[in-house]
Design a protein around this ligand. Structure first.
Ligand code: GLU
Ligand code: ZN
Length: 489
C-alpha cells in the first residue's frame, strides 16, 4: 500500500509552530516510506477565511523547503485540492447521507437555537442541539421553508452504543455515542460543508492512508468514524500528535513568545535549526541523538517514535540549535542569509558595495562563532562599517570605575595601538596585558573601555581581531574621540 498523507490547514490565521510540526511529520513520514505528501486547503469556513493566511501557508512551506506532491497550483490526480472548489462533490455525497437516513435537514432558526441555549443554561441541562428536526412534521417544515428558512444538514448520531478507532500513538480510543457531539452540522445554510464532512470525503477520495494531526482533533474522531461507516468506507489510520506546550506545561501560546512561523523567520531563525528542533518536539530517534538534517529525517522518521506525552517547546533550546547551525553553514549560505539583513538595517549600502563585501567576508571567521540569531549580525559588525556617533558614558565607564581612571588607561593604549600592525592579534593581547600589569590595573578595566571605544558596544567579537579588521588607525581615532567625550563631561 502506498503511503498517502496530507497537511490540511485552514487559512484562518498565520501558520504557527504546531501546524509546522504537523506538516513536517506528514512530510517526513511520506518521504521515509516512499509515499506522497498532499497539501489540501480547508477553506470552507468563509467567515474566517483570509487571503493573507493562504499566502502565508505557501510562503511557509517554500521557506522550509517542503515540497508537496499534489496540491493547489500544482494539481494532481485527485484535485482540486482547495475545498471551496469542491462544493459540488460535497453536495452530492451529502445527498447520499440523506437518502441512507444518516443525515437530516434542520430548519431551526438562529433564534430558536439561542433560546434553546438559554433554556439549557437556566435549567442546568446539557448543552447542544435537542434533535427537534429529527421529528419535524411535513407541515411544520413546509411552513418554515415558505418563510425562507434555509436548512442545515445534520448527522444523526446514535444515542446508544459506542464508537472507537485505533490510534497509532494513543492506542484504542472509545467514546460513548451519547458523549459524542449531538448531531453536528455537515452542510451549512450557505451551501458550504463543515470541516467534518469535507475532511472525511476528501480524505477518502484522495486515498489518504494515514492521518497525522494534532490531538485537539481527537473529539472529531468518532464523528468522522461514523461518517466513514455511513458511507461504507474504511477509515484511514490515525496518529494524533502530542500537544506542543510551553515550559510551564500550558499549551504554547503568545504568552510564551513567538508562535507563528513568520515571527521566527523575521526574528533571525534559520530553517535548518527550526526544522531540526521542531521535529524533536514529540518525536525522538533515540535518547541521545539531537542533530538531524532534513534529509536524515526524510530517511529516519517513523510513527513508532512519536511520543504520547506532550512536547515541550523550549525557546532557549531552539536558540541553541540555531546558533549551532549558523556555525556549520557554508560561507555562501551564510552570506546569502546575512547580507540582506545588513542591507535592510542600513549597516551597509543597499546593494552592498564591493569594498563592504570584502570587509564582510574578512570578518566572517570572527562573527560566525558569535551568532545565535542571524539578526545578531547587526550589532556584531556594525562598527566595521559605521562611525560611532555617540558614546554612552554609562557603558564607556564601567561600574566601579572612575572617569579619570578610564581616561588614564585609555590614553596608554594609543601608543600600543600605533605599534599594532607589527604584531599578531595574539601578541598584541599579550602586550596589552603586560601594560595592564605595569599600570597595576585589571585586564578587564582596560579591555572593556577599549572595546567600547573602538566598537561602540560591550558585546563585540574578540577585541584584537576586531581592531585588526577595523584598522589600527581608525581604532586610534576612535579612542581619541572617546577621550574627548570623557574629558568634556
Ligand atoms: N483543517 C483542519 C486544521 O485546520 C484539519 C484537521 C485535520 O487534519 O483533520 O487543522
Ligand atoms: Zn432543527
Amino acid at each position: 500500500m502506498e503511503v498517502r498523507v496530507r497537511y490540511a490547514p485552514s487559512p484562518t490565521g498565520l501558520q504557527h509552530i504546531g501546524g509546522v510540526r504537523t506538516a513536517l511529520f506528514n512530510y517526513f513520514f511520506a518521504k521515509a516510506n516512499g509515499g506522497k505528501f498532499i497539501l489540501r486547503v480547508e477553506d470552507t469556513d468563509r467567515t474566517r477565511y483570509s487571503e493573507e493566511s493562504l499566502q502565508d501557508l505557501y510562503d511557509t512551506l517554500e521557506w522550509l523547503g517542503i515540497d508537496y506532491d499534489e496540491g493547489p497550483v500544482k494539481g494532481g490526480e485527485y484535485g482540486p485540492y482547495v475545498q471551496s472548489e469542491r462544493t459540488e462533490i460535497y453536495r452530492e455525497y451529502a445527498q447520499k447521507l440523506v437518502e441512507s437516513g444518516n443525515a437530516y435537514y434542520c430548519y431551526c432558526t438562529e433564534e430558536r437555537l439561542n433560546e434553546l441555549r438559554e433554556y439549557q443554561q437556566e435549567n442546568k441541562l446539557d448543552p447542544g442541539y435537542d434533535r427537534k428536526c429529527q421529528h419535524i412534521t411535513n407541515e411544520e417544515r413546509d411552513k418554515l421553508i415558505s418563510q425562507g428558512v434555509k436548512p442545515v444538514l445534520r448527522l444523526k448520531v446514535p444515542t446508544e452504543g459506542k464508537t472507537s478507532f485505533d490510534d497509532i500513538v494513543l492506542g484504542k480510543i472509545t467514546r460513548k455515542n451519547k458523549d459524542v457531539m449531538v448531531d453536528p452540522i455537515l452542510m451549512k445554510a450557505d451551501g458550504f460543508p463543515t470541516y467534518h464532512l469535507a475532511n472525511v470525503i476528501d480524505d477518502h477520495l484522495m486515498k489518504i492512508t494515514h492521518i497525522l494531526r494534532a490531538q485537539e482533533w481527537i473529539p472529531s474522531g468518532p464523528v468522522h468514524v461514523m461518517l466513514y461507516n455511513a458511507f461504507g468506507w474504511e477509515p484511514p489510520i490515525y496518529a494524533h500528535l502530542p500537544m506542543v506546550m510551553g515550559k510551564d506545561g500550558k499549551k504554547l501560546s503568545k504568552r510564551h513568545g513567538a508562535t507563528s512561523l513568520i515571527q521566527f523567520r523575521e526574528g533571525g531563525y534559520i530553517k535548518e535549526g527550526l526544522i531540526n528542533y521542531v521535529t524533536l518536539v514529540g518525536w525522538s530517534f533515540d535518547d541521545k541523538r539531537e542533530f538531524f538534517t532534513k534529509e536524515e529525517f526524510e530517511e529516519l522518521f517513523c510513527l513508532e517514535k512519536i511520543s504520547k506525552s506532550p512536547g515541550i517547546f523550549d525557546y532557549k533550546k531552539l536558540d541553541w540549535f540555531n546558533g549551532q547551525y549558523l556555525r556549520k553553514l557554508d560561507d555562501s549560505r551564510l552570506e546569502e542569509l546575512l547580507i540582506p539583513i545588513l542591507e535592510k538595517e542600513g549597516v551597509v549600502s543597499n546593494p552592498i558595495s564591493d569594498s563592504q563585501k570584502s570587509i564582510f567576508l574578512n570578518a566572517m571567521p570572527i562573527f560566525r562563532e558569535r551568532l545565535t540569531l542571524t539578526t545578531d549580525i547587526v550589532d556584531c559588525i556594525n562598527f566595521l562599517f559605521n562611525d560611532i556617533e555617540t558614546y554612552d558614558l554609562e557603558v564607556l565607564v564601567p561600574k566601579k570605575m572612575e572617569k579619570i581612571q578610564v581616561i588614564n588607561i585609555l590614553s596608554h593604549t594609543i601608543s600600543l595601538l600605533e605599534d599594532f600592525n607589527n604584531h599578531t592579534p595574539e601578541e598584541n593581547e599579550e602586550i596589552f596585558k603586560n601594560k595592564c600589569d605595569e599600570l597595576g590595573v585589571k585586564v578587564g578595566d582596560m579591555f572593556m573601555p577599549l572595546r567600547v571605544a573602538v566598537t561602540g558596544t560591550k558585546a563585540s567579537p574578540p577585541l584584537f581581531e576586531s581592531i585588526k579588521l577595523l584598522g589600527y588607525e581608525k581604532a586610534i581615532e576612535r579612542v581619541k574621540n572617546a577621550l574627548e567625550v570623557l574629558k568634556q563631561e
